[in-house]
Write a protein that binds this ligand. Structure first.
Ligand code: NAP
Length: 301
């Protein structure tokens, strides 16, 4: 199937595009310079020109803290961009796969969030992503909105790389332990998106909102400890001796984050028959595959 992918240089798209191609799909990828999703005319024009069987939106304004200052920009990309893509998809009769976030929730629960639970974003980023979802829900019945959490991959900036950098520089790292969620490898999410594209090609019409993350639960502290331990086990020479658990209140950030944002994944497992790896197993796979490349890249910076 011919697939139009936005945000082609983002960390998710960099895993997704090769996977789609290896699965036999033809990808027309646009990065932010070749297609700005905030421009409705360009979005409509490219959709009509390419005529894909499906559009995948991985483009987003993802700077969670900066969004508190750049509210307009965050909404322009995450709300208006989603609206533009939904309109364009509707005009060519193609479904839209759109990636959203666990940050649409307020995190007051202590059991996993289902797709239908009450949203309540705590940050501008979360609010702008929720507004994007709402635009799609209104304009395009043929949608797959996939909410995911704590993404990391080999490319792009993410927590794994930040921790590895800090662990090469410092004796002690302080990491919050009162926010729980699930780290998710972009490769695993990309695999599920390919499954959804295959299903679209096969005529599946199970449209709607779906949660997807890796399995398990972790705090940022647990995640950091796993990154350091596993990297060291694989031979990385790291300076860090202590990872100190701290409270969110000891590490204030401009954007508030949910204290608990574990996602319930029963729906996507049932609808698409996917098996989901545990977050730590995926982290190990990613680090093994990187074979020190992530650490080396960080050392150069
Ligand atoms: N990262 C996470 O932890 C996380 C967690 C949950 C959900 N998500 C969601 O997952 C999706 C993929 O995230 P990611 O981590 O791959 O993000 P990313 O690495 O920041 O990539 C996003 C891409 O979108 C592009 N972009 C920004 N504004 C654009 C515009 N106006 N038009 C076209 N492209 C634009 C960016 O290009 P430039 O760099 O050139 O601006 C960037 O390449 C997003 O929807 C995000 O909200 C992410």
């Amino acid at each position: 199937m011919k697939v139009l992918v936005t945000g082609a240089k983002g960390q998710l798209a960099l895993d997704l595009i090769p996977l789609l191609e290896r699965s036999g799909h033809t990808v027309i990828g646009f990065d932010s310079s070749s297609l700005d999703i905030t421009d409705p005319d360009r979005v409509g024009y490219e959709a009509a020109r390419v005529k894909p069987g499906c559009i995948i939106n991985t483009a987003a304004y993802t700077k969670v803290d900066l969004a508190e200052k750049e509210r307009e920009r965050a909404f322009a990309v995450n709300r208006d961009g989603a609206r533009n893509l939904a309109r364009a998809a509707a005009s060519i009769g193609a479904p839209l796969i759109h990636v959203s976030t666990d940050f649409v929730f307020d995190g007051r629960k202590s059991t996993p969030y289902g797709e239908d639970e009450l949203t309540g974003p705590l940050s501008v980023y979360g609010a702008s992503k929720l507004a994007g979802e709402e635009e799609i829900l209104q304009l395009l019945p043929a949608h797959f909105i996939i909410r995911t959490s704590w993404l990391y991959g080999m490319m792009g900036n993410n927590f794994v790389k930040t921790i590895l950098r800090l662990a090469t520089e410092r004796d002690t790292i302080r990491v919050v332990y009162d926010q729980a969620g699930t780290p998710t490898w972009t490769r695993d999410l990309a695999g599920v998106i390919v499954t959804v594209v295959d299903a679209i090609e096969a005529g599946t019409l199970d449209y709607g909102i779906y949660n997807y993350s890796n399995e398990g639960v972790a705090s940022w502290y647990d995640f950091a400890e796993a990154v350091v331990d596993e990297s060291r086990r694989m031979g990385a020479s790291l300076k860090c001796r202590t990872i100190e658990p701290i409270l969110t209140s000891e590490y204030p950030t401009p954007a508030k984050r949910p204290a608990y944002s574990v996602l319930d994944k029963q729906k996507i497992k049932k609808a698409f028959g996917v098996t989901i790896p545990h977050w730590r197993a995926s982290l190990i796979k990613m680090l093994e595959e990187a074979d020190g490349a992530v650490i080396k890249a960080e050392e150069k910076q």
